[in-house]
Every structure is written in C-alpha cells, then in structure tokens.
Design a protein around this ligand. Structure first.
Ligand code: PHE
Length: 493
C-alpha cells in the first residue's frame, strides 16, 4: 500500500474536523478510487481514523466538455480564426465547425462584431473563461466554479452531474500522522525477543471472502444429512453395518425375520424381484433348517405359522425392502462369533414397489439402529430412542403400539409437528421376536431392539420440500445442492 499517500491524507486531516475522499483526491491529484483504497487500508489499522460513507453529487465534463478543456471553447477558437480584415459569415458557416454556437457566444461576449456580411474582431486578445472553468471541473475542483455558470454549461451539454459514494474521514481516538506498519502474523522471533509487545497487529478480517470461490463438488442434501445422522450414531457408540448389497435373498429379507411366506409384503406388488440371477445360492443350511422349523412348526414358546415353508421361496432374489435384512445378517454373525453386547446402525437405500406420489418413492433411504444386550429394559430403550431423536432435532417422542412380523412389542414413533400442530409418525421400532433371534443361536437372556425411519422424511422437513420428487431425481434444483448450509440439524443436546 502506498504509505506516502496514507501519510499525505493523514496530514490533510490533521488540521480539519473532517475530510472527504473526493476532496482528498482533488488536493492530492490522485484518482478517487485510489484514495478510497488507501482510506480502507487506514481504517483497518484500528482507531487512527473513523470512516463513514456518504453519497455526493459531483460535476464532471461531458465528452465535448473534455475536448473544449483541451482545445479551448468554440467561441475562443472562432476568435482566433478571424483575421484582421474579417471573415464572411458564409465562410465561417462553411469552414468552422459548430459555427452557430461559436458565433453566438463570440458576439455575446462582444469579442467580435458584424458589419454587413463580415465578422470583425473587436479586441486584440481574449481570456477563454469557458476553457479555464472546464479545466477546473475536469480536475475535480468543481466547487471553484460558480453554480450559475455550471447550470449554463449543463445546458450546453459541456458538463453533467454524477452521484459518487465518497467517504468522510474523521480523526480516530488513536489518530497519528505516522502509520506504523501492522504485523499480520505473530512469529516465533517476536515472542523470543519480546518485540511483540511494541508491535501493532492487524485485526483478523472474518468477513473476507477468501481468494476465490472454490469450484468443488457439493454433497446432495440427502447425503449431507446422512453424514450428520452417521455422526450422531457414532457419537452414541454405534458401529456401522455393511449395507453395500442392494440385492438380497428373500431368506434374509423376510424368512430370517420371521415374516410368513404368505405375507402380503412379499407380493410382487410390494417387492421388486430379480429375474437374473433369480435365485441365491449361498444360505447357511443348518440355520435355514431352524428358520424353516420355527416358521412351519414353531418353537421357543411359539406355535409358528403352521403352514408349509418353501425353500425355493426363500431363495428368490429381490431388491431389499428394508435394511433390517442387513441387521438380521449381523445378528446371525454376532451369535455365530459368540454373543457380546452390540450397537449397530445403517443408513442406506431400500426399494419398494410403490406408486409414486408427492411423499412416496420406489427407492428411499432407511435409517436403522439396533441394540443387542442382556436384560435390556423397555425404559432403557426408550431412553436411547429419546436421546437419538433429541440429537436429530426432535425434542419429544411418543410411542403407539403397532404390528411388525418380526418385533413384539412393536411401537410406532410419533413426533409433534409444529407446522401441522399434531403428532405425526416418524418411525417404527420394536423388540425382535424370539422366533427370529433364537434360531440364530442368540442366548435366551439376550434382548435385541431396533428402530427405523426414512431419511427422506426428515430431509423434506429440514429443507422445506413438500414434494419428495424435488429431493431425488431429475427435478432436483442445483441451487438446493449448491446453496444449502453445511449443517442442517440443530442440536438440542
Ligand atoms: N424395518 C422396519 C421398517 O421397515 C423398521 C424397524 C427396524 C422396525 C427395526 C423395528 C425394528 O419400517
């Protein structure tokens, strides 16, 4: 920065109450823009000056005015054009540009007179006041020119009025005409030598936009929210389940979960079946036998469904309809590896053969949590659910009994929707049935509870979207992706 101009400005201000940036530009003969830059840098020094903005009208030369400031007024040039013996009006009209204005003004000033058809000089020399005034205006010193004259020049389109933002500077509480260079960084050397005590430091500019906007990738709002949910689960000590298999067998999606083979959810109306490969090959056969027996004959205190159970049906491949299929795989593995208390979560896609509308998609994300421990009480679980929902911004929840083939008791989770002023269903939960857990080999005193919700529903609420198709698919607006804030969840705890 030009320290010389900085000091010149401070010296101008020394003897005044206030100084205008436009005034400083005139006095120092520097462009206004440059003065403004210097004032800004002085302002960042702390309390040396105080700056406020003001809109000001200034006079500037028009293109023609600028030309006349260089070459002289039309009338002065005409005066010099006229020789001792005079020039005819016809010749002036044919040879002299802007002859009408020039002749009118020269006659009015009594510089020339008309005799018959000839124009003759009245005096030997003239002072071109128009040029002198235009030079003043051009250099920014428009205050030195009388207002009447300015309005006359305005009519003649030699000058025009412009609005400029100028700055008013006043002395600050730490005013000085000497600017000490401010340090941008505290260095190891300054600390060692103790120099930092004498130094003045530049304040941090938290409003700086940085060098340029980075052209980088942006996360889709759903993925962003998934990241936030994931963090909450991790904070609560849950570990993530591997959900990278969208294709699942009916065995893990339904049978392992004690969902009867005649259940309507298994219908092609509700489930997308895969035609190629149609069947899964690898199912743990000894476990499959136990599942088959609990379905068809019962066991572990249950009478079962008492209907035939088909191996082929369980082999069918499908797009998983819930992430609980993955939970089943993990619980089976947990039993196989020797039970220890576990907390699992997953957030991934599931598929249902739904009719699409404003709130339903055929593919959506499920957020699922599973807790397995010995002697889990209902109270304990409700505490975990409440803590989780609090963390995702839902301060209070209620439970309502419901039916799931794989949980008992099963509870729908409701939250109070301020906008709708009523309790709305936000998730489903329950204790996995012994008919599901015991064939896996989990000990009798182990309780496993789970809950699930969609990722899209809270996303719609948080991003203020009423139609789910604006959140996924070709109707997603780029602005939604580019402009939405980094963090959507307002933490309540
Ligand atoms: N899978 C259930 C659903 O589709 C959610 C759930 C998970 C319910 C775990 C109970 C236990 O909604």
């Amino acid at each position: 920065m030009d320290t010389n101009i900085q000091e010149q400005i401070l010296n101008l201000l020394k003897d005044k109450d206030e100084l205008l940036s436009t005034e400083a530009a005139n006095l120092l003969g520097e462009p206004h823009q440059k003065i403004v830059g210097v004032i800004k840098s002085l302002e960042s020094f702390g309390k040396i000056i105080e700056v406020s903005q003001q809109s000001q009208k200034i006079w500037v030369c028009s293109e023609e005015g600028e030309k006349l400031a260089e070459d002289g007024s039309h009338e002065a040039r005409l005066f010099h054009f006229i020789s001792e013996e005079g020039v005819t009006v016809d010749k002036i009209k044919s040879d002299f540009p802007s002859s009408g204005v020039a002749l009118g003004a020269a006659l009015k000033n009594k510089w020339v007179r008309k005799e018959g058809n000839t124009i003759l000089k009245n005096i030997d020399s003239i002072v071109d006041l128009v040029q002198a005034n235009l030079i003043k205006i051009k250099s920014g010193d428009f205050l030195a020119v009388d207002d009447k004259i300015k309005s006359d020049y305005k009519k003649r389109k030699l000058i025009k009025e412009n609005d400029v933002i100028s700055f008013v500077i006043k002395k600050g509480s730490a005013f000085s005409t000497m600017v000490t260079k401010q340090e941008a960084e505290l260095t190891k050397e300054m600390i060692e030598s103790g120099d930092w005590k004498q130094k003045s430091f530049k304040p941090f500019n938290f409003k700086s936009k940085g060098k340029l906007e980075l052209r980088s990738g942006h996360l889709h709002p759903l993925m962003q929210l998934r990241g936030e949910f994931r963090k909450i689960f991790l904070e609560m000590g849950f570990s993530e389940m591997p959900t990278n298999n969208y294709i699942e067998s009916a065995f893990w999606n339904f049978d392992a979960l004690f969902q009867p083979q005649q259940h309507p959810a298994r219908d092609a109306q509700d489930t997308f079946y895969i035609s190629d490969p149609e069947k899964t090959l690898s199912v743990p056969l000894d476990y499959l036998e136990k599942v088959k027996s609990v379905h068809s004959e019962g066991g572990f205190g249950s009478v079962g469904y008492r209907s035939p159970w088909s191996f082929e049906e369980s082999q069918k491949n499908l797009l998983r309809t819930h992430t609980t299929a993955v939970s089943a795989r993990l619980l089976y593995k947990l039993a196989l590896d020797g039970f220890r208390p576990a907390k699992y979560f997953s957030i991934d896609k599931v598929y249902r053969n739904e009719t699409l509308d404003a709130t339903h998609l055929a593919e959506f994300h499920q957020v699922e949590g599973v807790i397995a421990d010995r002697n889990l009480s209902m109270k304990h679980l409700m505490g975990v659910f409440s803590a989780f929902f609090k963390k995702i911004g839902i301060p209070s929840i209620r439970f309502k009994p419901t039916y799931n083939p794989y949980t008992e008791p099963s509870m729908e989770i409701y939250s109070f929707h301020e906008g709708l002023a009523k309790w709305v269903e936000i998730g489903n939960s329950g204790y996995f049935r012994p008919e599901m857990l015991r064939p896996m080999g989990l000990p009798e005193d182990v309780t496993v509870a789970g809950w699930g919700l969609s990722l899209e529903r809270p996303a719609m609420i948080m991003f203020g979207i009423n139609n789910i198709r604006e959140l996924v698919g070709p109707r997603v607006k780029m602005e939604l992706v580019l402009e939405n804030p980094l963090c959507k969840i307002e933490k309540n705890v």
